[in-house]
Design a protein around this ligand. Structure first.
Ligand SMILES: [Zn+2]
Length: 183
């Protein structure tokens, strides 16, 4: 089954689509509003119909792409709202255990959507303070991460399909054996 070009994908209009060159095997994932600028082999690229894949949820995006449970995204949003927050402040707002919040905050720093600095406290000692990267940078970083993830997923599929082709070429019984191995 194929997603038709006029499909609004579960009631939402997609702002990203897949475009392909008619002369070579170049395929590009791009925002639709930039599509007229896409060129390859001296031609503009056309949007192509794509297989009917599952629609991702924010939960799957969060866990599969960034290795964070959805709760991790909540921590990110709350931290952005507070502006610059300590573990204790975020934990108080979310009602979460501090060790869990600390783990999510540090993961968000690793992913690149939060920054961490140490601040000296009035009462002595110092404390980690987490603050969000600017919204425009956040938007760009998450989209770049998404595209990088999609690229690596494409590599995995490419690798599987190449092995599939090699096995098929070497298999005496062709598809019968492959059906057992892959499905
Ligand atoms: Zn081309």
């Amino acid at each position: 089954m194929t997603r038709e070009l006029d499909d609004d994908h579960g009631g939402r209009n997609l702002s990203h689509s897949v475009f392909a060159c008619e002369s070579c095997d170049t395929v590009i994932l791009s925002r639709n509003d930039h599509a007229d600028r896409l060129r390859c082999c001296d031609e503009s690229l056309s949007e192509v119909a794509t297989p009917d894949v599952a629609t991702p949820t924010l939960e799957t995006v969060s866990s599969e792409m960034f290795g964070l449970p959805k709760r991790g995204f909540d921590v990110s949003l709350r931290t952005s709202e507070i502006g610059a927050a300590t573990v204790a402040q975020v934990a108080d707002v979310l009602g979460n255990d501090r060790s869990v919040v600390t783990r999510y905050l540090n993961q968000l720093v690793d992913v690149g959507v939060l920054m961490k600095t140490r601040r000296v406290r009035k009462q002595g000692g110092d404390v980690n303070v987490y603050y969000p990267i600017p919204p425009t940078k956040m938007r760009r970083e998450t989209i770049l991460g998404c595209y990088a993830w999609a690229g690596m997923a494409a590599d995995l599929l490419d690798e599987m399909n190449r092995e599939h082709a090699t096995l098929e070429a070497h298999s005496e019984h062709g598809t019968e054996k492959l059906a057992v191995m892959f499905w």
